[in-house]
Write a protein that binds this ligand. Structure first.
Ligand SMILES: [Zn+2]
Length: 262
């Protein structure tokens, strides 16, 4: 495995993650960690993160390298010493063609991010989707109405199910919970909108009489159909902005009726 960094990647790693002295390279990512404190096998974690990247490349048919010249650099930040953000996030520098995933280390999230086996994979199952969303046609920018920024988190929360699955975490449970969010009138989170996206897929791909929950458990493993569904989503929703969580669900349903469906 090629464990060497380009000089730009090396500078970008040191700039963003001075707290991390260890790093592992894979085809599409560089994973940085504090070697004395990291409780897991960094090679194993990096392999599973690469599994997620492989899955995302396949189902989205998107090539990040056209936009980002370098691999995504994932690492931990000591936010007691570094500037915020204190929450996990994906950060980009388009001029340089670099991008990073920031994972906070010493803060209220510490326990969550440090708990094997689900972290940092669970958090990355969302954050790794961001660059794919960004290069997809769904991210429509430079429009008078401001572009499709509102799709970002619902899209990530939707794909988090099969991406968790690709990394060996429970993807079925994630999608079952999103269906429950979509059907719960008191919920107003991005997961609810992700559930609504899943229900659009159910309308098109369910077997005769198949319940939504059963569909969610089956469909999370249907890679080919998810790929087809994503292409349809990119094509049909790229000019349909989502504004706020409250109006998302009604709007999605109306918009779905307005598309040719799959
Ligand atoms: Zn996000």
């Amino acid at each position: 495995m090629n464990n060497t960094l380009d000089s730009k990647e090396e500078a970008a790693r040191l700039w963003a993650f001075p707290y991390c002295d260890g790093f592992v390279c894979r085809e599409d990512l560089i994973f940085c960690y504090p070697s004395a404190e990291f409780p897991q096998d960094p090679d194993e974690v990096s392999n599973r993160l690469q599994d997620a990247m492989d899955y995302l490349k396949e189902v989205t048919e998107l090539n990040l390298k056209g936009t980002f010249r370098y691999r995504v650099i994932i690492g931990y930040r000591d936010i007691t010493k570094q500037r915020k953000p204190s929450q996990p996030c994906w950060v980009r520098n388009l001029q340089e063609g670099l991008h990073w995933i920031y994972l906070p280390w010493k803060n209220k999230w510490k326990k969550k991010l440090m708990t094997p086996p689900d972290e940092p994979l669970h958090t990355c199952a969302h954050e790794l989707v961001h660059p794919f969303y960004y290069v997809s046609r769904l991210y429509t920018k430079d429009k008078p109405w401001g572009g499709n920024e509102g799709w970002k988190d619902p899209f990530c929360e939707f794909l988090r199910g099969p991406v968790r699955n690709a990394m060996g975490l429970d993807g079925k449970g994630w999608w079952r919970d999103r269906i429950a969010d979509a059907e719960n009138p008191t919920k107003e989170n991005w997961g609810k909108v992700a559930g609504e996206i899943l229900i659009m897929a159910w309308r098109s791909y369910k077997y005769l009489g198949e319940e939504k929950i059963d569909f969610a458990e089956r469909f999370v493993e249907e890679k080919e159909e998810i790929r087809e569904f994503l292409l349809w989503l990119f094509e049909n929703f790229r000019d349909r902005p989502l504004r706020d969580k409250l109006t998302f669900v009604d709007k999605l349903r109306k918009d779905y009726e307005g598309t040719g469906k799959i």
